[in-house]
Design a protein around this ligand. Structure first.
Ligand code: ASP
Length: 315
């Protein structure tokens, strides 16, 4: 694997390989010293043009746990505010010779473009409403840890599917892992021809009780140029996942950040059925596995994931 631009590039075996490796890395998180020398001397550049809490912090932590050097770049406060283009920014920062660039932008296809401009391995950490492959990987990891095989599992993805890169990446990943996926929401928030990804579509939550897992999505107000629902209150009345709609045997997921009282009621966020904290925790080990895969796995080396990939670095 040279880059991770889209979950579409990974087949089931590749997803399982990354998730298996993440499980091995989970052991590092339980140690007193949560660090291994695997990527010592390597550099990870986090390039974020959109806000992020979970993704950026977990990529940073993942790189640090593998002993890589990390440079964090946010568009706010940089020369982007003086008009520097994405290409010039990437070329400028490439002078520092990063081995991996983790990039998030509001633009569909930006990660793929960046992969053509420099020699670093590129990880798409979200390109507009297109894809967010590491979110899908960490969701597969979270579910596999909790319930084992995903074959035949029924997952309902509820809410603003139109603007959600998480929905797109998750439909693809969950289908590859053998789950049955249904997307549900108001017609304005379900893209036409989404069935082509292999999911079913529902416009009401009447059959939500048939799901094993309910995956709620945030209303992506920042990507909406007009009113896509009459009001958030009305949206919540029809589509909010709450204690009345969520059955005790069902598991709840959400990529965060949650709009409490809109797509989820506070009671279900804090319930034992919620896997939301487990998803955040999974983010670090799964991103460790992705960095490892890009910097070691792809090069035909087969070192232990807990030891350096290179001969010892000069002091
Ligand atoms: N954090 C996820 C993303 O960046 C989901 C969201 O923002 O709603 O796509």
């Amino acid at each position: 694997m040279n880059h991770l631009l889209s979950i579409e590039e990974l087949d089931r075996a590749a997803i399982e390989r990354i998730v298996d490796r993440a499980e091995r890395f989970a052991e590092v998180a339980d140690r007193e010293i949560k660090k291994v020398p695997t990527l010592r001397g390597r550099m990870v550049l986090n390039l974020f043009y959109e806000s992020s809490t979970r993704t950026r912090s977990s990529f940073e932590l993942a790189a640090k746990r593998l002993s890589a050097d990390v440079v964090n770049f946010s568009a706010g406060g940089s020369s982007v505010e003086k008009g520097e283009s994405l290409k010039d920014t990437v070329l400028t920062l490439s002078a520092h010779k990063p081995d991996v660039i983790v990039i998030r932008t509001p633009w569909v296809g930006a990660a793929e473009l960046v992969s053509r401009w420099c020699s670093a391995a590129i990880v798409n950490a979200g390109d507009g409403k297109h894809e967010h492959p590491t979110q899908a990987l960490l969701d597969v990891y979270t579910l596999r840890r909790r319930i084992g095989s995903l074959d035949g599992l029924s997952v309902w993805i509820v809410g603003d599917v139109t603007h959600s890169r998480v929905a797109r990446s998750n439909i693809i990943a969950l289908r590859k892992m053998g789950a049955k996926v249904t997307v549900a929401g108001p017609p304005t928030l379900i893209p036409r021809q989404i069935e082509a990804l292999g999911c079913e579509v529902r416009y009401t939550l009447d059959d939500l009780h048939t799901a094993d897992v309910v995956y709620a999505l945030r209303m992506q107000n920042e990507r909406m140029t007009e009113a896509w629902v009459p009001s958030l209150r009305e949206y919540a009345a029809w589509y909010q996942v709450n204690g009345r709609r969520l059955r005790p045997r069902q598991l709840l997921m959400h990529p965060g950040p949650v709009n409490r009282g809109v797509e989820l009621s506070g009671e279900v966020v804090d319930s034992p059925q919620s896997l939301i904290s487990a998803q955040v925790e999974a983010g670090v080990v799964v991103r460790m596995a992705v960095l490892y895969e890009l910097l070691s796995g792809a090069r035909g080396e087969t070192p232990s994931p807990l030891h350096p990939t290179r001969s010892p670095q000069p002091a």
